[in-house]
Design a protein around this ligand. Structure first.
Ligand SMILES: C[S@@+](CC[C@H](N)C(=O)[O-])C[C@H]1O[C@@H](n2cnc3c(N)ncnc32)[C@H](O)[C@@H]1O
Length: 322
């Protein structure tokens, strides 16, 4: 859930100009996210683009990062990062969410090339009333030519790969994988293209000798069939502004995402399975579509008599079973 200081800041942002002036930029941004050609990227060129991003995408991605932080903690209960490196930080979405989640954090570094996003983020962080955010160190730089990488336990690259061409993705990931970190988290839109980028990043991570934390419970080839793609969703309450920009009346939406977390050190325990679809509940039975540790996937109907039934009732789309 967005903290109050962020809600207040976004309300001020929404008052900067009549919202109807932002509708064309919102439509273009949505089209770019839906485009699966890999050609459009999601570049924010104008003030209106950036404003739309903060009002519409930031709250949704914040919820995704919150969901992933919970998942990381469930899977790595001893992981208590003291430092975070937020790469391609935009307005600071990842840092905002993780600062709320990981009480262990003492230092945040952000790297972003868009000066205007950095200026906005710095002001927000300074006024947040949160000493960790207020002391965060921002660097305006291009990730592809970054010379000195701040050292941090947790590295994140959220919704950035889809702005890079394939060779720049490989170049950046190659550099990132060489850095010292405990956990590295990649997040992309939950589209076929986002999945494709995550799959390539996964392959490179395995070739670089990294350990998979998630979502895959195995290091074999992805078992999903052509036309299917691994993605998850988290329910996000829509603000009034989001409803207006989207012409939507629903009070919530499902934000879809794809992700990959890798580690430099072997995990004590990998999950037995990952839930790939929203569970279907029937009388005394839960249907779970699972990616399994043997590298296969299947839909299992788990009945009340089954030892896993209680867990199956509780686990959600994207959760893990161990
Ligand atoms: C879609 S936004 C994501 C922002 C933030 N990580 C989030 O999840 O909300 C992508 C950001 O990556 C930044 N970016 C893309 N390529 C970059 C590069 N080569 N160097 C630095 N920043 C880059 C863009 O300027 C933009 O702010």
């Amino acid at each position: 859930m967005l903290p109050d200081f962020l809600k207040d800041f976004l309300l001020l942002e929404a008052q900067k100009q009549p919202l109807k002036h932002l509708k064309p930029a919102h439509e273009q941004l949505s089209l770019n996210y839906r485009d699966q050609s890999g050609q459009s990227g999601v570049r924010l060129n104008t003030q209106a683009d950036r404003q739309v991003y903060r009002l519409s995408r930031l709250p949704a991605i914040y919820a995704v990062i919150e969901a992933l932080a919970k998942e990381l903690q469930a899977q790595l209960p001893d992981f208590a990062p003291t430092s975070l490196l937020d790469l391609g930080a935009g307005p600071g979405t990842v840092s905002l969410a993780l600062a709320q989640h990981f009480a262990s954090l003492e230092q945040i570094f952000l790297c972003e090339r868009d000066r205007e996003q950095v200026r906005w983020g710095q002001q927000l962080f300074a006024e947040s009333g949160n000493p960790l955010l207020a002391a965060a160190r921002w660097e305006i730089a291009d990730l592809l030519s970054l010379q000195r990488w701040p050292q941090a336990d947790l590295h994140c690259l959220s919704y950035v790969l889809n702005e890079l061409d394939p060779s720049s993705q490989t170049q950046l990931l190659g550099k990132m994988y060489q850095q010292p970190f405990q956990v590295l988290l990649l997040v992309e839109p939950g589209t076929p293209l986002g999945y494709k980028h995550i799959l390539a990043a996964r392959q490179l991570a395995l070739e670089s000798g990294l350990q998979l934390v998630g979502p895959c419970p195995h290091a074999q080839a992805c078992p999903l069939q052509a036309g299917d793609w691994c993605h998850f969703g988290t329910r996000v309450a829509r603000t009034q502004v989001q409803r207006y920009l989207k012409d939507g009346f629903e009070s919530y939406e499902d934000e879809k995402f794809a992700w990959l977390a890798v580690s430099k050190t072997p995990l004590l325990q990998t999950p037995a399975a990952r839930v790939l679809r929203r569970p279907v509940y029937r009388k005394g039975v839960v249907d779970l579509t699972l990616c399994q540790s043997d590298g296969s996937w299947k839909t299992s109907s788990i009945a009340r008599s089954h030892a896993l039934y209680k867990k199956a009732r509780k686990v959600d789309w994207g959760g893990s079973l161990s």
